[in-house]
Design a protein around this ligand. Structure first.
Ligand SMILES: [Zn+2]
Length: 452
């Protein structure tokens, strides 16, 4: 299905995403193997790379593919699922929905629940996804199944299995082993191929479902293997209440003492962080990921992104399973903070920084891979968007065009690792209807287990 080739893309407007938000006209992008090898004047590159396959961009906007910094593929089968009981708070949302749904997954449903959002990611210009997975009754090999689904199309990702004590010690240990096994697998592959599409972190659910021993083992695994942790923090006050009650400590301090924090660790949400905790995350250079649609959907509030960014925390943006398309959360974030603060100027710069600068930075910190820029030496993760600006577009006003135009525009072409995965909105060799039919069958079986 995939073609790996040397490619020259011309007749495009280029948003480079460099520090100056440079926009280039009459320029072309040359791709050799997995990387961008040149960006420059079309006339020059057409001569220099005359032997490359030529792609006419038809005046489309060429920009780097996007990164979704916190995702749960396994949430796919929640779509349309009826709950027997209406949850009254966040803890009940976990108990009545997510902890029952993840328990009903087998390896086949893990595969299909990853494949559906993988297709959606490609269609919406998302080229890298940082996923956080749970399937307590199908742990061993579950990360391979997600990899298999993503690899079928060629989506880039960082995976992890969320360990937790909520299903007992044995499952917690299995979760730890799944992370260890998959970290080792990625490490071996990346030794031979640094551009390999997959990498791994140590996944943890949240402080309030993890005993001291489990936290310690997870942190130790991270140190030994040189990988960071990926954990939910203070998505709701319940994380603090139960952590205090059971372990006599505040959440961030506890994670810090066990060594879970650090520059390659991701903390998702952080809605109820206190000032001192924000300082601790900043001091340890821990990454935080904001997920506005999910926060609104669970009615849990919104984090103080301004305080966090003011403390120089590397703050990214993700979807937390709400959608594969991070652009939806970008638009929501912009509206959420403005509306809540009754300040129409709020969050303009911050959200732009999260998506365009910090998400690629996060991906690079964890994997060592250079994504997120149209520049020689960067990986060829590139999208062509059906966006012909109806008003003048410059480096200064690009974000306005992104939020109110590009977010809604169709993606025409998606290239990852130098491979053209979607072109003219077609993903070659993919039977989407057939895949959806298999997914529905799988989902019906999962729902049956969910109800029993
Ligand atoms: Zn999450």
């Amino acid at each position: 299905m995939h073609q790996e080739m040397n490619l020259l893309i011309a007749n495009v407007q280029i948003f480079t995403n460099d520090d100056e938000n440079t926009i280039l006209s009459e320029c072309a992008v040359a791709i050799e193997g997995t990387q961008i090898c040149a960006v420059g004047l079309e006339t020059e590159l057409k001569t220099r790379y005359a032997n490359f396959q030529q792609l006419d961009g038809a005046r489309r906007l060429l920009m780097p593919g996007l990164v979704n910094a916190h995702m749960h593929f396994y949430g796919t089968f929640a779509r349309g699922l009826g709950l027997p009981q209406a949850p009254k708070n966040f803890h009940e949302i976990l108990k009545f929905l997510w902890w029952k749904l993840d328990s009903a997954l087998d390896l086949k449903s893990v595969y299909y629940s990853a494949l559906i959002p993988t297709i959606s990611a490609i269609r919406h210009g998302v080229t890298s996804v940082i996923d956080h997975h749970a399937s307590p009754n199908a742990i061993d090999g579950s990360l391979d199944k997600i990899e298999e689904a993503m690899a079928l199309l060629g989506l880039r990702g960082i995976l992890c299995y969320e360990i937790t004590d909520r299903d007992g010690r044995e499952k917690c240990q299995q979760g730890l082993e799944e992370n260890a096994r998959y970290i080792q697998k990625c490490r071996m592959t990346k030794k031979k191929d640094p551009d390999h599409l997959f990498d791994c972190m140590v996944g943890l659910h949240a402080s309030f479902t993890l005993d001291d021993g489990s936290l310690k083992r997870a942190a130790e695994l991270g140190w030994t293997m040189g990988r960071g942790c990926h954990i939910h923090v203070l998505e709701d006050e319940v994380d603090r209440t139960i952590t205090r009650e059971k372990y006599g400590m505040d959440v961030v301090r506890r994670l810090g003492e066990f060594g879970v924090l650090g520059e390659s660790s991701i903390v998702a949400h952080g809605i109820y962080l206190q000032d001192l905790e924000i300082n601790m995350l900043s001091a340890t250079d821990t990454i935080v990921v904001h997920n506005p649609q999910s926060n609104m959907n669970n009615a849990v509030g919104r984090p103080n992104i301004f305080k966090m960014m003011g403390e120089n925390i590397c703050l990214g943006i993700g979807t937390d399973g709400m959608s594969a398309d991070v652009k939806q959360d970008v638009r929501t974030a912009n509206l959420l903070h403005k509306h809540d603060l009754r300040n129409s100027n709020a969050a303009w710069v911050e959200i732009q920084e999260m998506l365009l600068k910090n998400n690629p930075r996060i991906f690079r910190r964890i994997t060592g891979q250079k994504v997120g820029r149209i520049e020689a030496g960067y990986l060829a993760d590139i999208i062509l968007v059906d966006y012909c600006p109806p008003t003048p577009m410059t480096s200064e006003n690009f974000w306005g065009h992104f939020l109110f135009g590009i977010c809604d525009a169709d993606v025409d072409t998606t290239i990852i690792n130098g491979r053209m995965i979607m072109h003219r909105k077609q993903i070659a060799g993919l039977d989407e209807e057939g895949i959806a039919a298999h997914a529905r069958e799988c989902a019906a079986a999962v729902w049956k287990k969910f109800d029993s």
